[in-house]
Design a protein around this ligand. Structure first.
Ligand SMILES: Cc1cc2nc3c(=O)[nH]c(=O)nc-3n(C[C@H](O)[C@H](O)[C@H](O)COP(=O)(O)OP(=O)(O)OC[C@H]3O[C@@H](n4cnc5c(N)ncnc54)[C@H](O)[C@@H]3O)c2cc1C
Length: 285
C-alpha cells in the first residue's frame, strides 16, 4: 500500500523545525527522522499523519559528543554510528555490542538513536539502555527546552513524556567509569528480529562484592525498566552464579509480562530468568 496523502516540510534550522511542528502538531504532524518505523506504519496506513516534519537537513542534529560525564547523542545520529565505540571505556563498548542486535545493517544506517527513544517500542534496545543507565532527554519546542529524566520518559507501550509539539533534540547518557562492568543478553527468534526479552546489567566490584547494581529488562513489559527487587538482592554480594540465579528469579517474579502473538506471558517470564542471569554472568566475566 501507499501512504495516505501528507504535506512534507523540510526545515533547515532547529528554530524552524519546532515552529513548523508547533503549527502542524494539532493536525497529527509528526517528526520524520530515519523513517524506519514511521514509514512502514504509514505504508500500512496504521499511521496517517497529515504533515511530516523531516529533520534530516536540520543543521547540528547529527552531533555526537562525549564530554567528561555525558555522551550527547543528537536527534539525527544513526544507529550505525555506534558500530565502533564512540567513547573510550565501558559505555562505548556497551553501545557497540548492543547496536548489533538492532534490526539489520541497512536499517541501522538510517534509523536513529533518538527516533528509537521517541518511538518507544517496548523491545527497543536503545530504550533499555536509556532506562537502565539513566541520563536525560532534551525536548525542544517553540516554548523552550526541557530535560526529562530517562527512566520517567517511557510511559508505556509506545508512549513517552514528549508533548506532540516537542522534538527530541538529543539524548544524554552518563559516561560509565572505567571500573563499571556490564553485560547484555537478548533473546529473539531470528537475528535482526525484535527481542522477546532482553536484559542489561551493570555493577562495580569492591572488595569482591557487587556495588551499585543495575538490572534493566526490555521487551517484556510496556516499557523497559530497572528491577529494584533484583538489584536489592545483588547489592553487597559476591558475583556468583547462585546470587545471579536468585536475582533473575526475583526479576521474573517482579514483572507483569506482555502477552501477544509472539509469546505468552508465561514464556516471557521464563525468558526473563534466562536473559537476566546471562546478562549478570557476562557482566561478571
Ligand atoms: C525490519 C525492521 C526491524 C527492526 N528491528 C528493530 C530492533 O530489533 N530493535 C529496535 O530497537 N528497532 C528496530 N527497528 C526500528 C528501527 O530501529 C527504527 O530506526 C527506530 O525504531 C526508529 O528510528 P527512526 O529514526 O527510524 O524513527 P522514525 O521512523 O523516523 O520515527 C519513529 C517515530 O518517532 C518519532 N520521532 C522520531 N524522531 C523524533 C524526534 N527526534 N523527536 C520527536 N519524535 C521523533 C516519529 O514522529 C515517529 O512517530 C526495526 C525496523 C525495521 C523496519
Amino acid at each position: 500500500m501507499k501512504p495516505a496523502p501528507f504535506v512534507y516540510h523540510a526545515p533547515k534550522t532547529l528554530e524552524e523545525a519546532v515552529a513548523v511542528l508547533a503549527e502542524v502538531a494539532p493536525e497529527d504532524g509528526r517528526v520524520l527522522a530515519g523513517g524506519q518505523s514511521l514509514v512502514p506504519t504509514m505504508a500500512f496506513r496504521l499511521a496517517r499523519p497529515a504533515h511530516l516534519v523531516d529533520i534530516n537537513q536540520v543543521a547540528g542534529l547529527d552531533r555526537l559528543a562525549a564530554g567528561n560525564d555525558v555522551l550527547s547523542i543528537g536527534a539525527c545520529v544513526r544507529h550505525a554510528a555506534f558500530h565502533r565505540p564512540v567513547t573510550a571505556g565501558p559505555l562505548g563498548d556497551l553501545l557497540a555490542f548492543v547496536v548489533r542486535h538492532i534490526a539489520h545493517y541497512p536499517i541501522r544506517t538510517r534509523g536513529t538513536f533518538c527516533g528509537s527513544l521517541a518511538h518507544a517500542d517496548p523491545a527497543s534496545e536503545w530504550c533499555l539502555v536509556a532506562a537502565t543507565l539513566g541520563g536525560e532527554i532534551a525536548a525542544r519546542s517553540a516554548r523552550g527546552t526541557r530535560g526529562i529524566a530517562a527512566p520517567g520518559f517511557f510511559q508505556g507501550l509506545m508512549a513517552t513524556a514528549l508533548e506532540d509539539d516537542e522534538l527530541l533534540e538529543a539524548a544524554h547518557l552518563p559516561i560509565l567509569e572505567a571500573d563499571i562492568r556490564w553485560g547484555f543478553y537478548e533473546f529473539s527468534r531470528r537475528a535482526g528480529d525484535y527481542a522477546l526479552a532482553m536484559a542489561l546489567a551493570t555493577f562495580r566490584l569492591e572488595n569482591g562484592r557487587i556495588v551499585e547494581p543495575r538490572l534493566g529488562l526490555g521487551g517484556v513489559e510496556g516499557s523497559p525498566r530497572r528491577i529494584a527487587e533484583a538489584e536489592a538482592l545483588l547489592a553487597g554480594k559476591p558475583p556468583e552464579i547462585g546470587i545471579f540465579r536468585q536475582a533473575a528469579e526475583a526479576a521474573a517474579a517482579a514483572i507483569d509480562p506482555l502477552e501477544d502473538i509472539q509469546a505468552s506471558a508465561e514464556y516471557r517470564r521464563d525468558l526473563v530468568c534466562a536473559v537476566a542471569r546471562r546478562a549478570l554472568e557476562r557482566a561478571a566475566a
